[in-house]
Write a protein that binds this ligand. Structure first.
Ligand SMILES: Cc1cc2nc3c(=O)[nH]c(=O)nc-3n(C[C@H](O)[C@H](O)[C@H](O)COP(=O)(O)OP(=O)(O)OC[C@H]3O[C@@H](n4cnc5c(N)ncnc54)[C@H](O)[C@@H]3O)c2cc1C
Length: 429
């Protein structure tokens, strides 16, 4: 017997966490013929929240997994992504999502989070993944030929590989890396409501619209074949800036959007007020693989969500890891596959994390800087893809496949005199 093969009852891979990252990875690994067991802390598999945007770098992987048609049935393929100024509602820039699909070969979609999660859950069931709930992992250790997890009830489980996909507040990350989450002082409110509730609000049902404003932004798009409408309201919390514990409360939501345009203000009363998401991320790290324990998804790289790539990066991680394991399938060389996974994913996700932070800064500008940003964005050609090629193209399997990043345009390259009056804009595209 190959000393590395699994003893009876012991899976090849333990995946800790049954969110989108854990389940999509479990499915990708099971497709390579591996025995996979998922350990999820919750009593049931599920997702909290509303919509997710999934760009072509994700729909390409869904297609390869044979899951894109199901996603299309449950989601929506919008026509445009339009960015507007949240104060005066003027259009700043847009992506023509039909043209974008031609460029990248796969659609830009939006889908309810629980629908995408359900797609992976059913795919895992079909692929024979063992799906266990009510399993809280509290510790990790490497052992000869694999790794072991300790559960809250004192039991242990072992496998040749442990994938820690336990999210932003990952136990594995705390034990193996020991860093802290970083607060942005911003908070998100979400809502998914029947489309009838917003029809009078001047919304664009066929587009993803992002309103960017001083210290706030607001996102809207239709879900579930157009029957529902998703909204995300994000703002900087004065209480967070003041160091108060209880920050991001509904009174702050109302105040943050007071000065915005009609369509945004009409959307605010529809936001869910019983739950909000403080926007936290972590600094990028270089080491995700510790022996036979690999961090994945938000456990490895939780972003601020401004690039709408968090769940996508998690899905990409699992796909890349599975591809590298398939390359070494003959001798099942776990360590080589893990090294290849880390070699390519760390740098890509570092780029997304740092760009998401910069993107947030750009969206939330006020005063003259806001006008400079608007001038630059309005000067962008709709069909200029230099800002998306690095992220929406095929997911790199090796560092040399990782595309070059875009070149940013400094705000100082344009000057503005007063609201909407551009003096020079020559350097802006
Ligand atoms: C407002 C907002 C909007 C977003 N929009 C987008 C978007 O449009 N597109 C996009 O791609 N991303 C988006 N994201 C990011 C995305 O939601 C996350 O990056 C993604 O869900 C992370 O998935 P994950 O599986 O890694 O982690 P999680 O979803 O956090 O899953 C972790 C799982 O592990 C389980 N778990 C935790 N601890 C343990 C333990 N000790 N033992 C066992 N199980 C455990 C949890 O119960 C959970 O099921 C958004 C995020 C926010 C907040």
């Amino acid at each position: 017997m190959n000393p590395e093969s699994s003893p009876a009852g012991r899976p090849d891979v333990l995946v800790v966490g049954g969110g989108i990252g854990g389940l999509s990875s479990a499915f990708a690994l099971a497709r390579q013929g591996l025995q996979v067991r998922v350990l999820e802390r919750a009593k049931e598999f599920g997702e909290v929240g509303a919509g997710l945007q999934i760009a072509p770098n994700c729909t390409r992987i869904l297609a390869e997994h044979g899951l894109l048609d199901e996603a299309k049935t449950l989601g929506v393929v919008p026509e445009n992504m339009v960015m507007r100024d949240a104060l005066d509602s003027r259009e700043l820039t847009r992506l023509d999502l039909r043209d974008l699909e031609h460029r990248y070969g796969f659609p830009y979609m939006v889908i309810h989070r629980s629908d995408l999660h359900g797609i992976f859950l059913r795919a895992c069931e079909r692929a024979g993944v063992e799906l266990l709930t009510d399993q809280t992992v509290v510790g990790y250790e490497n052992i000869e030929g694999g790794a072991r997890v300790l559960l809250e009830d004192g039991r242990t489980e072992e496998a040749s590989l442990v994938v820690a996909a336990d999210g932003l507040h990952s136990v594995a990350r705390r034990q193996l890396v020991g860093d802290d989450v970083v607060s942005s002082d911003y908070v998100a409110y979400r809502a998914a409501v029947p489309i009838d509730h917003v029809r009078e609000n001047g919304v664009a049902e066929k587009d993803v619209t992002v309103y960017v404003g001083p210290r706030c932004h607001f996102v809207q798009y239709a879900l579930r074949g157009g029957e529902m409408f998703n909204q995300v309201a994000v703002f900087q919390s004065p209480k967070a800036l003041a160091g108060q514990e209880d920050w991001g409360t509904p009174d702050e939501l109302d105040a943050a959007f007071e000065a915005t345009c009609d369509t945004v203000r009409k959307g605010i009363p529809l936001m869910w007020r019983d739950r909000w998401w403080q926007m936290l991320d972590r600094d990028p790290i270089d080491t995700w693989v510790h022996g036979r324990i690999a961090l994945l998804g938000d456990a490895a790289h939780p972003p601020l969500q401004y690039m709408a790539q968090g769940a996508i990066m998690a899905i990409e991680d699992g796909w890349v890891l599975a591809r590298h394991l398939s390359n070494t399938a003959a001798q099942r060389d776990w360590d080589t596959a893990l090294a290849a996974y880390q070699a390519v994913r760390v740098e890509h996700c570092r780029r997304v994390l740092t760009t998401a932070r910069a993107w947030g800064d750009l969206w939330h500008l006020d005063g003259e800087a806001r006008l400079q940003r608007n001038t630059i964005m309005r000067g962008r050609d709709t069909y200029d893809y230099s800002f998306t090629d690095w992220v929406y193209g095929p997911t790199a399997l090796t560092p040399d496949e990782e595309p070059a990043m875009f070149t940013s345009i400094p705000l100082s390259s344009v000057s503005v005199e007063s609201e909407g009056t551009e003096l020079t804009g020559g350097a802006a595209r």
